[in-house]
Design a protein around this ligand. Structure first.
Ligand code: SF4
Ligand code: SF4
Length: 137
């Protein structure tokens, strides 16, 4: 009976003098893994607008049916997403949309700090996707 007690005490003392593994979030933030998939963002073209050409491939591959796209055809046959929305609640962050995109328009960033109170605030529209692009990009 004394042996398990001593074992427990030894573990307690070991932990007592070792560095704590907790971090003081949000003051200190843990670096995420290189392949982390966080909130989506749109890459910009040379005009500063989205690179998206409204081909619809991301909508087709999305297993959660989380993307809503309304495409329009501009003069000259170019396509443009009049409406592009990602429902961040439905999304499972699989990254298939980014993999399927032929022009690298939609990407998943590294941001994991995304909280809100209303369900409708989790709809990422074009403006929000453009605004979410990392600063260094
Ligand atoms: S990450 Fe996956 S689930 Fe989310 S929008 Fe893209 S394809 Fe759909
Ligand atoms: S984000 Fe990419 S895959 Fe999706 S509609 Fe736009 S161009 Fe196509």
């Amino acid at each position: 009976m004394i042996i398990p007690l001593l074992k427990g005490l030894r573990l307690t003392l070991k932990r007592f003098f070792s560095r704590p593994v907790t971090i003081q979030y949000p003051e200190h933030k843990r670096e995420v893994a290189p392949r982390w998939r966080g909130i989506h963002y749109f890459e910009r073209n040379e005009k500063g607008d989205t690179r998206c050409v409204a081909c619809g491939l991301c909508v087709t591959v999305c297993p959660s049916n989380a993307i809503r796209l309304v495409a329009v055809e501009l003069e000259g046959g170019e396509r443009y997403p009049e409406v592009y929305e990602i429902n961040a609640i439905r999304c499972i962050y699989c990254g298939l949309c980014a993999e399927a995109c032929p022009v690298n328009a939609i990407k998943l960033g590294r941001n994991y700090e995304f909280v809100d109170y209303q369900r409708e605030d989790f709809i990422l529209d074009k403006g929000r996707l453009l605004a979410s692009a990392p600063k260094e990009v």
